[in-house]
Design a protein around this ligand. Structure first.
Ligand SMILES: Cc1cc2nc3c(=O)[nH]c(=O)nc-3n(C[C@H](O)[C@H](O)[C@H](O)COP(=O)(O)OP(=O)(O)OC[C@H]3O[C@@H](n4cnc5c(N)ncnc54)[C@H](O)[C@@H]3O)c2cc1C
Length: 430
């Protein structure tokens, strides 16, 4: 008998799922590839962390592997006609109190990459860009890192375009809420069941469900009886708040050529905060420094962190203290210059984080034909053009050993207690 042709069911159309669909259809134009998401890909608001006004696209990493991967992604952002229109090489301004600048400079050198990249003392840095960052908080900071080859991308526009292109090439897009994986008594995953009672089947089921992954695996473990489907300590759902302001024409004149600014925080203040240059609607965006979880009883006696139950993850219902967290980021970056700005469109963005900040791109060890490709760990978006390439390598069993180990479902997990991005507070305490 001829082997059954491969079919692919990708759950979640954020950057991990969309990139996988795009790379799959380019390689297998005749294959059955279905991308499933609870939200339409062109909806005006989505729950995906990948759906956003803009995202930072940098290669400034202390970890040389992610530096290398980010440079690979940037090469695509800069040159490929599909991705290029969305990339803006604004440069980046890093305010860091650690040895981060030197590590980045060393990594570029080790990788043999030349870039307009340097660090300079705070007093000189303050004068750059017309002095827009001269009132920033430089506590314990000696040098600022400038990388003029980093920048940002129009996030939701790029996501929509890549999905549209994949659909044109033959990917089917289905709007449905996935309830559980369909795993049989032999531990084989055949697809998923949806909230409207449908069954979607494929020979490969790939979970790219971001912050919802923990909850979906709990439900799937209950329905199938395969307890090891659960994520356990591998993944935590965590949230960060963003907010925007629309600049006046006068301010636009001063800030239109600003770089991305990222500010590392002392541990007692939280993780980093950052701001992105004005988008096409003249809006500047910030993210706050507070990272939090939302532990809930998802099934009887089963507690995991997951986004709120509402269909939109209650992402626009932002408590005052989290609005203040974003307002604080404005003050820490621009000082009095931003005092009169009206911040608006606050949003909580939910993400899947691992204790090592590594992604998971791996077969799931508890069920065959089931794969996991998600966990951007607050830095996954910039790799959008190349994520699918690595997911295909994983499906083929051809991931390089170092990446296979790093991104494995079963890997040694470090103690996250020192990790600055690890959530320590609960949403309900905000
Ligand atoms: C505030 C914030 C700022 C960030 N900034 C940056 C940045 O500047 N640069 C950068 O590189 N990275 C950044 N990141 C990280 C980046 O956004 C994420 O790593 C990346 O978007 C995760 O992609 P994903 O595909 O795994 O998940 P998501 O984008 O969250 O997509 C998951 C999708 O799965 C769908 N889904 C889930 N469960 C179900 C279900 N049961 N049924 C149907 N559909 C389902 C959801 O609807 C969603 O569309 C940031 C993250 C946050 C939270």
């Amino acid at each position: 008998m001829a082997p059954r042709p491969s079919s692919y069911l990708i759950i979640g159309s954020g950057v991990f799922g969309a990139s996988t669909a795009y790379h799959l259809i380019r390689r297998y134009p005749d294959a059955s590839i279905t991308l499933v998401d609870r939200d339409a890909f062109d909806a005006t608001s989505r729950v995906a962390a990948s759906w956003d006004w803009n995202k930072v696209v940098r290669a400034d990493y202390a970890d040389i592997k992610y530096c290398e991967l980010a440079l690979e992604a940037q090469d695509v952002w800069r040159t490929d006609p599909l991705w290029k229109p969305f990339f803006h090489q604004s440069g980046i301004y890093w305010i860091s109190h650690t040895q981060f600048a030197q590590k980045v400079i060393d990594n570029y050198a080790k990788l043999g990459r030349r870039a307009d990249l340097y660090s300079l003392p705070v007093e000189e840095a303050r004068k750059l860009y017309g002095g827009i960052f001269d009132e920033a908080d430089y506590t314990d900071v000696k040098e600022v890192l400038i990388n003029n080859t980093s920048g940002w991308a129009d996030a939701s526009d790029a996501l929509k375009k890549v999905i549209e292109t994949s659909i044109e090439k033959g990917v089917k897009y289905v709007v449905a809420e996935v309830k559980a994986l369909k795993v049989d008594d032999h531990g084989i995953c055949h697809g998923v069941t949806t909230a409207d009672g449908n069954i979607l089947e494929a020979t490969h089921t790939i979970l790219s469900t971001g912050s919802f992954t923990t909850k979906l695996l709990e439900a799937s473990a209950k329905v199938s009886g395969v307890k090891d489907l659960r994520a356990g300590d591998r993944i935590i759902s965590a949230g960060v708040t963003t907010g925007l302001t629309r600049l006046s024409d006068e301010d636009l004149g001063k800030f239109s050529r600003m770089p991305v600014c990222i500010q590392e925080n002392p541990p007692e203040r939280g993780a980093s905060n950052g701001t992105l240059p004005p988008n096409r609607d003249s809006q500047v965006k910030w993210w706050g420094q507070c990272i939090f979880k939302n532990t809930q009883e998802v099934l009887k006696d089963r507690f995991v962190s997951a986004p709120p139950d509402e269909p939109d993850y209650a992402e626009w219902k932002v408590p005052g203290s989290l609005k203040d967290d974003v307002n604080f980021a404005n003050k820490a970056t621009f000082g009095e210059k931003g005092e009169l700005w009206n911040l608006e469109q606050y949003r909580i963005c939910w993400e899947a984080l691992t204790p090592s900040e590594d992604f998971i791109i791996s077969p799931h060890s508890a069920a065959s034909q089931l794969y996991v490709a998600t966990c951007g760990s607050f830095h996954g978006w910039k790799f959008f053009p190349i994520l699918g390439k690595y997911v295909l390598q994983m499906l083929d069993g051809k991931l390089a050993p170092d990446l296979k180990g790093r991104w494995a479902w079963d890997r040694e997990l470090p103690d996250p207690s020192d990790l600055v991005v690890w959530p320590r507070k609960e949403l309900e305490d905000m």
